[in-house]
Ligand binder design. Structure first.
Ligand code: GUN
Length: 306
């Protein structure tokens, strides 16, 4: 039986520390971190994510600004809003919930967000900085996965990490972050040959394929650490349930440690969004980023990039 990696508990600890740092900033620097979240359309899953992000930002003592735009919104209107938020000194982080409707060019929107306020880490400048091992805002889901891995395993150096999925939001930045931590990284995807054999070689397996229960127990090397990024809604026994990209029951017999769904990666994603917002605020006001939060987040030093 594998160890369950408790993402909910780790995220709670991280959010509590972020909350303490936010009150310190408000008291001593007279700065309140501000997060602006934009939702276009009425996708039910996106509505839940956006509501959770805004609620948790407020609970951490941040200002939360929410913008809900119609599914039919013209691209120029969205770009105008982003431009206004870029100039607003009360807003330190801007998030546009993806996906966007077809009339809106996603990459145009991402590039419109000022890189210093891009707390999603999707702007090409931040993507480039992370890929070249420099300092940039890292996307929240892979950052959360990396924190769970560091907390579970300590030093990741030399481990073979297989990232299943090559999305811009998770797979590609996950591979960059694992490389920074000196892993040997394989990125596998829907066209990878002998996918099962590739996964079997992983000391660390990050499943972000977006396919319900794709990874079975016999795809996992005994003792491996498995991070399940999948959030798939299925109907079972007449009610909706969330399941991951990993077949939990069979994986649990083989893996050394495994994240559950829900309660694994999901809570860490939002905690990392708050962490990025805090970091963006500190940077915009030239306030040093507190050391204790880095060690809580990383379980050690933050920069091991050589
Ligand atoms: N849609 C799914 N995941 C994300 C995310 O991390 N950020 C944004 N902006 N949209 C998403």
């Amino acid at each position: 039986m594998s160890t369950l990696i408790d993402g909910k508990a780790q995220a709670t600890r991280l959010r509590e520390e972020i909350g303490r740092q936010v009150s310190r900033l408000r008291q001593h620097e007279l700065v309140t971190p501000g997060l602006a979240v934009i939702l276009v359309g009425e996708d039910p899953a996106s509505q839940v994510y956006v509501r959770n992000k805004a609620t948790q930002a407020r609970e951490a003592g941040m200002s939360s600004f929410e913008y809900r735009l119609a599914d039919s919104v013209p691209q120029t209107k969205l770009l105008d809003l982003i431009e206004r938020l870029n100039r607003d000194p009360e807003v330190h982080g801007i998030l546009v919930q993806l996906p966007l409707p077809p009339q809106v060019d996603e990459s145009r929107v991402i590039q419109a967000i000022h890189p210093d306020k891009d707390i999603d880490g999707f702007h090409p400048i931040n993507v480039g900085n992370i890929a070249t091992g420099g300092h940039g805002m890292a996307p929240c889901t892979p950052l959360g996965c990396l924190m769970l891995l560091k907390h579970q395993l300590g030093d990741l150096s030399g481990k073979h990490a297989v990232v299943l999925g090559r999305s811009n939001i998770v797979g590609k930045p996950m591979a960059s972050l694992l490389l920074q931590k000196h892993c040997t990284v394989t990125v596998a995807h829907s066209r990878t040959r002998q996918l099962e054999e590739v996964c079997c070689q992983a000391d660390i397996l990050v499943a972000a394929a977006g396919r319900t229960r794709l990874v079975k127990g016999d795809w996992i090397k005994p003792g491996a650490t498995v991070i399940d990024v999948g959030i798939n809604r299925i109907e079972a026994d007449g009610r909706m349930r969330l399941v991951g990209d990993v077949d939990f029951d069979s994986a649990r017999e083989v893996a050394g440690a495994l994240t559950p769904v829900p309660g694994g990666v999901g809570p860490m994603t939002i905690a990392c969004l708050l962490l990025n917002t805090l970091e963006a605020t500190c940077r915009q006001h030239r306030i040093p980023f507190p050391d204790n939060i880095m060690s809580l987040a990383w379980g050690g030093t933050s920069s091991e990039t050589t």
